[in-house]
Design a binder for this molecule. Structure first.
Ligand code: CO
Length: 188
């Protein structure tokens, strides 16, 4: 599927609020191809030359509903740092990912969140769990995996899995006080 900034569904399209369904495993050829195309979008989107040529907006993740397919599939490529400050890349092609546990401690990005399906700016803190444990089938490694995520990766996972419920990041922003401090929350 051709995925670019013109084919990605925006929040003005009510399909973005659709609930996504579980995907039968093993993957059909179609589902597999779609997930690979989604992954390729995310990889290419942070390559300046390709992004300009192919009309891609930079992203760290994309979910299938964003191209109009209400199936629980998401591709994530996150460049982060490990505990020692060394660069580390987390990348996944997840099918039927599920949060099996999440921390009481909260976290938020100090600069707020963005989304390929959201054109207008929505300022404010999106408060999420600081740590999550996610189980899924990962097409990239062709196995069932358990991800113990914290910090930025935990935020990205929760953002993408929210898309399965038709939830967008700004739904979480406190309308009356968008920069409300959350006691004990980790600022990322
Ligand atoms: Co999004």
């Amino acid at each position: 599927m051709l995925i670019n900034n013109d084919t990605i569904i925006k929040d003005t399209d009510e399909r973005i609020r659709q609930i996504s369904e579980d995907v039968p495993l093993p993957l059909s050829k179609e589902d597999e191809q779609l997930l690979r195309d989604m992954y390729q979008y995310v990889v290419d989107s942070t390559d300046e030359e390709k992004a300009e040529k192919l009309n891609l907006r930079p992203a760290v993740g994309i979910s299938a509903i964003q191209v109009g397919v209400p199936k629980k599939m998401t591709a994530i490529v996150v460049d982060d740092q490990d505990k020692n400050g060394n660069p580390i890349r987390w990348e996944f092609m997840l099918v039927n990912p599920k949060i099996v546990s999440s921390s009481v401690q909260k976290a938020y990005l100090s600069s707020g969140e963005g989304c390929l399906s959201v054109v207008n700016e929505h300022e404010g803190y999106v408060v999420r769990s600081a740590r999550v444990k996610v189980r899924a089938y990962d097409l990239l490694t062709d196995q069932n995996i358990e991800i113990r995520a914290q910090g930025y990766l935990a935020i990205v996972l929760q953002h993408e899995l929210d898309h399965f419920k038709g939830t967008l990041f700004y739904d979480h922003i406190d309308a009356k006080n968008p920069f409300k401090e959350v006691p004990g929350a980790m600022e990322i």
